[in-house]
Design a protein around this ligand. Structure first.
Ligand SMILES: *Cc1c(COP(=O)(O)O)cnc(C)c1O
Length: 394
């Protein structure tokens, strides 16, 4: 496939302006259905829906522009765009397993991926073994004669453990297995799993790719053959396509992907520096933190880290942790990430109060750094720490 540089992909690739009045912005092709000039054409296209635009559950011209950009960003031959990251992950996994098959997955993948692997696929006779992904040899140890898929999420989006893409892809190739990697954390700008030999790259495009917290979407990037296989089975049957309107919004979001990611990465590194030196912080989780035991791997396979990091506060008092979060004025209390706005997510917010899980996570707080001025964000973290008595007396 022709290599396109980033600026060409984001600004021009896939856009065929001569086909729509030379308009600069692409049209939202808000049509469910497309007609044919004659029966012979109709028959040709109905028998090859993968290659023709005839019904928007399959192909749509606006979404098609987006598919070309996404595939080019991940350097794969083709891509599909779906109505959520979860739909993309489920479709990519389901397309590659059948009854009796076995999956080896990194432990603690995204919650709804775990739901698929733990509760849904076992109903169809597909089992999963989870491994600590920080040691690539654990994947090999978990293989059985029935293993068909290795599932990765590197880094994960809470404590940011990494998996070695190169070594795991090599292992998979020698055993003829399909590798799937959730690359939402890095975005295609900071990590390209296909370069290391990963077969299928999936994203929650809700996060950085769309980038404005105004739509939910997912993508699957892979070879033409794999994309055709998924299209003609799971994609068309489950029908989780993205609407033309949302495809258009994502194309618009992508125009600024590069400058958003640069800004977010730079601000986050500054803020991580600041919190790392603050006496009120017990530990900072961030892939490029000097104390991350996997920093060498991070440097090898990632070129940036985006806006997520997790802090362990120096307190085990749940009231104080909650007061800290409630005192932040420039961070919205919310799940998700990848938009323009900074967010905070106390880990215990997803667990029952006083449960065992809750107690284990009590002082963990995940931050997402958006596009705001990093000085204001640092000041805000400082004042909220002071509120709970964790002063910075340096
Ligand atoms: C958000 C997220 C998903 C799910 O994506 P949706 O677009 O919300 O369906 C999957 N993986 C990771 C790592 C995520 O952060």
């Amino acid at each position: 496939m022709k290599k396109h540089d980033l600026s060409e992909i984001l600004n021009h690739l896939g856009e065929e302006r001569e086909r729509y009045f030379w308009s600069v912005a692409p049209p939202v092709m808000q049509s469910s259905n497309f007609s044919f000039p004659d029966v012979a054409t109709m028959r040709t296209q109905l028998l090859d829906e993968f290659n023709y635009q005839l019904y928007t559950r399959g192909n749509n011209p606006t979404t098609d522009i987006l598919r070309k950009k996404i595939a080019a960003l991940e350097e794969t031959e083709d891509a599909l765009v779906l109505s959520s990251g979860s739909a993309a992950i489920a479709s990519a996994i389901m397309a590659n397993v059948q009854t009796g098959d076995h999956i080896v997955s990194v432990q603690d993948p995204y919650a709804w991926t775990k739901k698929l692997l733990n509760d849904i696929l076992p109903r169809f006779g597909v089992k999963t073994t989870y491994v600590d992904g920080t040691d690539h040899q654990n994947f090999e140890k978990a293989l059985t004669p029935d293993t068909k898929v290795i599932y990765l999420e590197t880094p994960n989006s809470f404590t940011f453990e990494l998996q070695d893409l190169d070594k795991i892809a090599t292992l998979a190739r020698t055993h003829n297995l399909i590798t799937i990697a959730d690359n939402s954390y890095c975005s295609p700008l900071f990590q390209k799993p296909h370069r290391f030999g990963i077969d299928i790259v999936v994203h929650s495009a809700t996060k950085y790719l769309a980038g404005h917290s105004d739509l939910v979407a997912g993508v699957i990037c892979a070879s033409s053959d794999m994309i055709k296989k998924i299209f003609t089975n799971e994609f068309m049957t489950l029908g989780a396509k993205l609407s033309p309107q949302d495809s258009w919004l994502m194309i618009r979001g992508l125009r600024t992907l590069e400058i958003r990611m640069e800004r977010i990465d730079k601000s986050s590194r500054r803020i991580v520096d600041y919190v790392s030196q603050h006496p009120g912080i017990e530990k900072v989780y961030y892939p490029f933190h000097p104390e991350n035991p996997q920093i060498e791997l991070a440097n090898r396979q990632m070129t940036g880290a985006g806006g997520l990091f997790t802090l362990a506060l120096k307190t085990s008092d749940v009231e104080k942790v909650e007061e800290f979060c409630n005192s932040l004025k420039r961070f919205l209390l919310a799940v998700s990430w990848g938009g323009y706005e900074s967010l905070v997510f106390p880990a215990t917010a997803g667990t029952e109060k006083d449960s065992e899980q809750n107690n284990a996570l009590v002082n963990f707080i995940r931050f997402y750094i958006g596009l705001e001025d990093p000085e204001l964000l640092m000041e805000d973290i400082g004042q909220a720490l002071e509120k709970i008595g964790l002063n910075d007396d340096r």
